[in-house]
Design a binder for this molecule. Structure first.
Ligand code: GLV
Ligand code: MN
Ligand code: MN
Length: 416
C-alpha cells in the first residue's frame, strides 16, 4: 500500500520567516506589498502553496480575495471563516496582515494533526487591498465582497503610477468587469474571526499575550488638493506668492491641534501621512500639493465634526495664500462594535489556557469591521510589546505569536 503522507504541522514563526524576504523595501525600510504588485503576488503564491500543502481547496474570487477551505467529510453548513490580509502599508511591519493569515493556516494544520473533526468547514481568507495602499480605499476586497462599495467607482480608481484598477487586475489575470457583491460567498460563511497583531499597547501592561476586540473607531480618509502658482524660489517676491505648501503646513498643524482640542471622550485623532508636491523641485514654489487626511474618533459624528473643523482651517489658510482648496472623501468606515455573543464564546474557549483575556477597543480598521455588518465577527489580538504598527518597528515575541495560534486554534475548535 502506498504511504499516505499526513499534511505538515506548520509553525507560525517559521512561516513568517519564510515571508520576510518578500517585499522587503530597501528604500523605506520594512515591507511594501501592494495589491497585485510583484510582492503581493509572491505572497499570494505562498498562500496557495501553503494551503495546498495542507490539502485545502484554494480559490480566488472575482474581487481578488483568496480562500482556502478545509471541509472534511461531515463538515457541512456555513463555514467558520478566519484570516486577514497579506498586503501592507508602504514600508510597513511584518505582522499587520500576515500574522492573521499565517496563524489561520497554522491553526488549521494543528487541528488536522490532532484529529479534530469539524462539524462545519473552516475557510482561511486573504483579503485583497486591506490597507488601500495602492488604490486609496481600505478593505477594498471585503467591501466589494459585501457589496458595500460602488463597482463603477472602484473601476475608476487609479494608482500613483497612473495604472487603473482594471489594468492592475488584468495584469494579474483578473477581470474587473466581474467585481462586486458576492452574496453566495457571503452566505457561505457563518462568522468571521480575524487574528491581528495588536496596534497600540494595551495588552503588555495587563500582562496578557492575547486579547479580544470590542470595537473599532469610526474613521475615514480625505484627499485634499491645494492649487497655487508654481514659480521661482529665488525670483518671486514673498508678497506675490501663492504657495500651496504653506496651506499644507497649516493642514498638518490643524490636524493635530483640532484632534488635541476635541473632547477626550471622542478619542479623536487626525493625521497627514502622505503628501505629493508638484513639481517637487527644491528651488521651485509648488504649483499643487495633494495631501491625505486620516481622521478617526469614537463615533461617526465625531469624525465628521473633526474633519469639518480641519477643512475650515485649511480653507482659511488657502484664502490667505490665494490657493484653491478641494476636498474629496476617499473612504468612510462607521464605528464597529464586534459581536458580543461570538466574543463571549471565544473568550470561553480561551479561558482554560489564557484565563480572562482582556477585551480592548482598537483605532485600526480591519476586514472584520467590514464583515461585522453582514455576519457575526470578532477579533483576537496578539500582544505587541511597544504597540508600534504601520512601521518596520512593529513586532511580537515569538512565544506570543505561538500563543496567538494556540488561541485561534482553541477558538476554531470550539466554533466547529
Ligand atoms: C488599517 O490598518 C488602518 O486602520 O488604516
Ligand atoms: Mn494596517
Ligand atoms: Mn491589518
Amino acid at each position: 500500500m502506498a504511504d499516505v503522507q499526513a499534511p505538515p504541522v506548520l509553525d507560525a514563526v517559521a512561516a513568517l520567516a519564510e515571508l520576510a524576504p518578500i517585499g522587503a523595501d530597501p528604500v523605506r525600510g520594512g515591507w511594501s506589498r501592494h495589491l497585485l504588485d510583484d510582492a503581493d503576488r509572491a505572497m499570494r503564491a505562498w498562500f496557495v502553496r501553503t494551503a495546498e500543502s495542507l490539502e485545502l481547496t484554494v480559490e480566488t474570487d472575482a474581487n481578488a480575495n483568496q480562500w482556502a477551505t478545509w471541509a472534511p467529510h461531515g463538515a457541512t453548513g456555513p463555514a467558520v471563516a478566519t484570516g486577514s490580509h497579506l498586503d501592507s502599508v508602504p514600508g510597513g511591519g511584518p505582522l499587520d496582515g500576515p500574522l492573521g493569515v499565517v496563524s489561520a493556516l497554522v491553526a488549521v494544520s494543528r487541528l488536522m494533526a490532532e484529529g479534530h473533526t469539524p462539524s462545519r468547514p473552516i475557510v482561511v481568507a486573504n483579503f485583497a487591498e486591506e490597507e488601500g495602499a495602492r488604490f486609496g480605499v481600505p478593505c477594498l476586497g471585503s467591501q466589494l465582497l459585501a457589496g458595500d462599495i460602488d463597482t463603477d467607482r472602484v473601476r475608476a480608481l487609479v494608482d500613483t503610477a497612473g495604472v487603473t484598477y482594471p489594468e492592475a487586475m488584468a495584469a494579474a489575470g483578473h477581470d474587473a468587469a466581474a467585481i462586486g457583491h458576492d452574496a453566495a460567498r457571503l452566505s457561505s460563511m457563518a462568522l468571521y474571526l480575524e487574528l491581528h497583531v495588536e496596534q497600540g499597547c494595551q495588552l503588555a501592561p495587563l500582562g496578557h499575550p492575547v486579547g479580544l476586540a470590542t470595537s473599532i473607531l469610526a474613521h475615514g480618509r480625505w484627499r485634499v488638493t491645494l492649487t497655487g502658482r508654481g514659480d521661482h524660489a529665488g525670483a518671486t517676491e514673498l508678497g506675490s506668492r501663492h504657495d500651496p505648501m504653506l496651506v499644507a503646513a497649516a493642514a498638518v498643524q490643524s490636524a493635530r491641534a483640532r484632534a488635541v482640542g476635541s473632547d477626550p471622550v471622542t478619542r479623536s485623532r487626525a493625521t497627514v501621512g502622505k503628501l505629493q508636491v508638484v513639481p517637487g523641485g527644491s528651488n521651485a514654489i509648488a504649483s499643487e500639493v495633494r495631501l491625505w487626511l486620516d481622521a478617526r474618533a469614537e463615533h461617526d459624528a465625531d469624525v465628521r465634526d473633526l474633519v469639518a473643523r480641519i477643512v475650515g482651517d485649511i480653507e482659511a489658510a488657502g484664502r490667505a495664500e490665494g490657493c484653491e482648496v478641494t476636498v474629496a472623501e476617499e473612504s468612510f468606515s462607521t464605528r464597529v462594535a464586534f459581536d458580543g455573543d461570538l466574543t463571549d464564546r471565544i473568550a470561553a474557549a480561551l479561558e482554560p489556557r489564557f484565563g480572562d483575556a482582556p477585551r480592548i477597543p482598537t483605532g485600526a480598521g480591519h476586514d472584520a469591521g467590514i464583515l461585522s455588518a453582514h455576519l457575526p465577527s470578532a477579533m483576537l489580538f496578539v500582544r505587541n510589546p511597544d504597540g508600534v504598527s504601520h512601521s518596520p518597528l512593529e513586532g511580537a515575541a515569538d512565544e506570543d505569536v505561538r500563543a496567538g495560534v494556540d488561541a485561534l486554534a482553541a477558538a476554531l475548535r470550539a466554533l466547529t
